[in-house]
Design a protein around this ligand. Structure first.
Ligand SMILES: NC(=O)c1ccc[n+]([C@@H]2O[C@H](COP(=O)([O-])OP(=O)(O)OC[C@H]3O[C@@H](n4cnc5c(N)ncnc54)[C@H](O)[C@@H]3O)[C@@H](O)[C@H]2O)c1
Length: 298
């Protein structure tokens, strides 16, 4: 269907989009990085250029390759620029409505042959595909955070994703230096389907007073050789993100075992969202904890 991928479009220049754009530019692709917020684009440009300079100074990339990579990256707020893209990766806000609207626009603007991929953590690829006239060319391409560092890309096949689209996407991920796994399109895909219930269970373990947060984390760290405990990991990911993925698992798979732990819900209600807020399960600031913790623990 399509020739070699030369130009990619990355929509959304936040945490994930900026990392994906950097990967593309470093691996020899022309990249259009698009965001509706010009502030986000300038933050992304700064962080990509700092990161590429770091790679050069550490000897991971030659000076010339670094300069080339930066030269291949172009930023825009005008969706029309994506008409030259062979492949588009969407990494905007995690909202089905907003993503569907974007996919409808991309469907109109991009080449007929272009593949439309989403970096969504939890939204159905099949439902996104149903919004466009090319459902065979819609696929999930789930990078892990931060994209330049993490080795894995989880590829999600929607109900109608063609073999050709899957093969092109896998080849692109491998060109970006990633290892690919393939998931069918059911809530949570592979990684979050297994990870989030583990994190939720860690909250239940804390909530029901089985152990302290420190012992839960030390237990899983040293007992199962995880690099960090599940509660620490939840603080890294963001408790709001964990909760919303648990809700997607619960709604999508319809089993009570996916019901979010009340303590996780309460922390999110209280604004204890994890590291990004300075407080989650753990307190990262010097400010005293304001939320009274429910009884049996501690
Ligand atoms: N952060 C993670 O750890 C992580 C990991 C894997 C996947 N994801 C997924 O990646 C996506 C992006 O997450 P993030 O953490 O980078 O978010 P982010 O908030 O850092 O960035 C999102 C960017 O999208 C822009 N945006 C919003 N609506 C837009 C639109 N209609 N058109 C163009 N730009 C728009 C925003 O201005 C913002 O700059 C989400 O779907 C998320 O679920 C996130």
């Amino acid at each position: 269907m399509m020739g070699e991928i030369k130009t990619i479009g990355v929509v959304g220049s936040g945490q994930m989009g900026s990392g994906i754009a950097q990967l593309g530019a470093v691996h020899g692709l022309d990249v259009w990085l698009l965001d509706t917020d010009p502030g986000a684009l300038s933050r992304a440009t700064k962080s990509i250029s700092a990161s590429i300079h770091r790679m050069v100074s550490k000897g991971h990339l030659s000076q010339a390759a670094g300069t080339d990579a930066l030269g291949r990256l172009k930023c825009t707020s005008n969706l029309e620029e994506l008409s030259t893209a062979d492949f588009v990766i969407e990494a905007i806000v995690e909202s089905e409505d907003v993503k569907k609207k974007l996919f409808v626009q991309l469907d109109k603007i991009t080449k007929r042959s272009a593949i439309l991929a989403s970096n969504t953590s939890s939204i159905s690829i099949t439902r996104l595909a149903s919004a466009v006239s090319r459902p065979l060319q819609v696929i999930g391409m789930h990078f892990m955070n931060p994209p330049p560092i993490m080795k894995l890309v989880e590829i999600i096949r929607g109900a109608d994703t063609s073999d050709e689209t899957y093969n092109e996407t896998k080849a692109l991920a491998e060109r970006l230096g990633k290892i690919v796994i393939c998931s069918q399109d059911y809530a949570g895909f592979i990684v979050n389907r297994i990870l989030m219930p583990m994190i939720n269970e860690a909250f239940f373990t804390l909530y029901t007073g089985v152990a302290t947060k420190e012992d839960i984390d030390t237990g899983m760290k040293l007992g199962t050789n995880h690099p960090m405990g599940p509660l620490q990991l939840a603080d890294f990911i963001g408790l709001d993100v964990c909760l919303s993925i648990m809700k997607v698992l619960h709604a999508g798979l319809g089993d009570g075992k996916y019901a979010p732990c009340p303590l996780l819900v309460q922390y999110v209600d209280a604004g204890r969202l994890g590291r990004k807020r300075g407080i989650g399960v753990y307190n990262y600031s010097k400010v005293p904890e304001t939320v009274k913790k429910p009884s049996p623990r501690l």
